[in-house]
Design a binder for this molecule. Structure first.
Ligand SMILES: Nc1ncnc2c1ncn2[C@@H]1O[C@H](COP(=O)(O)OP(=O)(O)OP(=O)(O)O)[C@@H](O)[C@H]1O
Length: 244
């Protein structure tokens, strides 16, 4: 793995029990880039995240992250190495304040002392523009702010690689623009970001590299607009969307 590469999947097979979902998946991501992942429903995008954070262990192949072979490393150790994820459906502790939610991630997720955890949590809240709302109960937040909180909680673990799972889903166009600005700020702050999304325009405008997955493998990867305009992608992805 060259030092520019933060993440690589090499011929990975993985799934749930006997059901194999990832099927010889290979790709490589550069440090500091926003790497988009698209593909039809059920093609294995979230499963790829699950394999990346250590929720499921590959039956074949290798996952290398930041100079480490993490193929069989457990989830807690990967979190400590700097892999932080968000979930498709935000699930904060509703009764806790915004700040407390991020503090919990920082202290219990990343193992920071309370003092360091507070510092990291406040930085995460500033980066996600939630600082002014830090005392509000998480259950009272709008969907956009819940998405921000989901990202802040991931940042609370001090990741180098941030995994975003459909953070734009369910938002208005104006809100999606806010998310795109936030992702651009996170990139500028030095995070490497891997971003699953169905909102195609977002992917074209906000990512440096785009991969389209199909049936658990890498169908096409490249410059976002080229990937989106390719016939191959149109057939497996847009074709499926239109039929739904
Ligand atoms: N815990 C699980 N146990 C068994 N099968 C699962 C589990 N989670 C997901 N699957 C199956 O794995 C396949 C891939 O799902 P996955 O969520 O990775 O797809 P996806 O590309 O993220 O889809 P979407 O765009 O709809 O979120 C689907 O057929 C799904 O039903």
């Amino acid at each position: 793995m060259d030092t520019d590469t933060i993440l690589s999947f090499e011929h990975v097979n993985a799934g749930y029990g006997r059901v194999q979902i990832l099927n010889d998946l290979s790709f490589e991501m550069k440090r500091g880039e926003v790497y988009g992942v698209i593909g039809p429903n059920g093609c294995g995008k979230t499963t790829m995240f699950n394999a990346l954070i250590g929720l499921i262990i590959p039956t074949k192949g290798k996952i290398a992250y930041d100079g480490h072979d993490v193929t069989k490393t457990n989830a807690a150790a990967r979190c400590k190495l700097g892999i932080g994820r968000t979930y498709q459906v935000p699930r904060p502790f509703e009764g806790m304040s915004v700040f407390e939610n991020v503090l919990v991630a920082s202290v219990h997720g990343a193992g920071h002392s309370e003092k360091d955890g507070r510092r990291v949590a406040l930085e995460a809240l500033k980066l996600t523009e939630l600082y002014e709302k830090r005392e509000i109960r998480a259950g009272e937040l709008t969907l956009l702010d819940r998405k921000r909180l989901e990202i802040a909680r991931a940042l609370g673990t001090e990741p180098k690689l941030l995994l975003l799972d459909e953070v734009a889903a369910g938002l208005t166009e104006a809100e999606v623009q806010d998310v795109m600005k936030m992702v651009a700020n996170l990139k500028a702050a030095g995070y490497s970001i891997i971003w699953i999304e169905h909102v195609i325009q977002t992917m074209v405008e906000s990512t440096d590299t785009l991969m389209c997955m199909s049936e658990g493998h890498n169908l096409l990867v490249g410059e976002p607009l080229e990937v989106m305009n390719s016939k191959l992608v149109e057939e497996v992805y847009l074709g499926v969307e239109e039929d739904e």
